[in-house]
Design a protein around this ligand. Structure first.
Ligand SMILES: [Mg+2]
Length: 243
């Protein structure tokens, strides 16, 4: 839908709750995971080329999502599994140590806020119920939230294992809201936007420059007229405040 002064008003009437994704919507995340993969490829270089190690790692991570979930610790286990398999059990203890360090470094990365995050949240906070919905490792997401200094911006914080229609419904129930009053803002069409649109809510997609292959989707969000795409978070203020 193209934003015009007329439909902005329609949106304003309906939306009461705005949900934000965290990773790559509020702060940098995927960039660090891409770096970690590159470091993993270097450790694996004596055995296989990057063309083999990286797709194999991704495949292993996706296979393991159901048991390990998202995040750096899961990735570490998947890197180890991939290393053992691609080296035909020849991977050395010193290489395993390097892999563990790659995973640990992910857990110590700085939390770098994306442009406009703080002013946008602070301005919206007075007018709407602002909530955070993120998936991933509980301890790591709590660490990032604390480091971000944004924890006071949210009325409710939910860390889930998957962002499904069912999870969104449960959350809306919990905060006594309905899909038509709910707008979700995030970088992943698959996790942040499509499930919410399917429920009858609003979706604002703000793409990050890199997306993990697992978060890609073939579904066309433009089939819903409650879908919007923006270049950055500050554009949200245009929608809600017209400035
Ligand atoms: Mg995200």
């Amino acid at each position: 839908m193209t934003l015009t002064n007329d439909n902005i008003k329609t949106i304003l009437q309906g939306v009461k709750v705005i949900g934000f994704d965290a990773d790559d919507t509020l702060w940098v995340n995927e960039t660090y995971y891409r770096e970690a993969e590159e470091h993993f490829a270097v450790v694996m270089a004596p055995y296989v080329s990057e063309d083999i190690s990286l797709p194999t790692l991704t495949k292993t991570e996706i296979k393991n999502l159901g048991i390990y979930g998202y995040g750096a610790k899961s990735m570490t286990l998947s890197m180890l599994e991939t290393a053992i398999s691609l080296s035909n059990n020849q991977v050395k203890a010193s290489e395993i140590e390097k892999i563990i360090k790659i995973g640990r470094a992910l857990l110590n990365k700085p939390v770098t806020l994306l442009d406009g995050v703080k002013p946008v949240l602070q301005k919206l906070k007075g007018e709407y119920t602002i909530i955070l919905i993120t998936k991933g490792d509980l301890i790591d997401q709590e660490r990032k939230l604390k480091k971000s200094g944004l924890d006071q911006c949210f009325e409710h914080i939910e860390i889930v294992s998957e962002k499904t229609e069912n999870q969104y419904l449960k959350l809306l129930d919990l905060i006594h809201s309905k899909p038509e009053e709910f707008m979700m803002v995030g970088n992943s069409l698959k996790s942040d936007i499509i499930p919410v649109l399917k429920l009858g809510g609003w979706g604002i997609h703000i793409p990050f420059h890199t997306t993990w292959v697992h978060e890609e989707t073939n579904e066309n969000p433009y089939q819903w007229d409650r879908f919007f795409k923006m270049d950055n978070l500050s554009e949200l203020l245009n929608v809600f405040f017209g400035n």
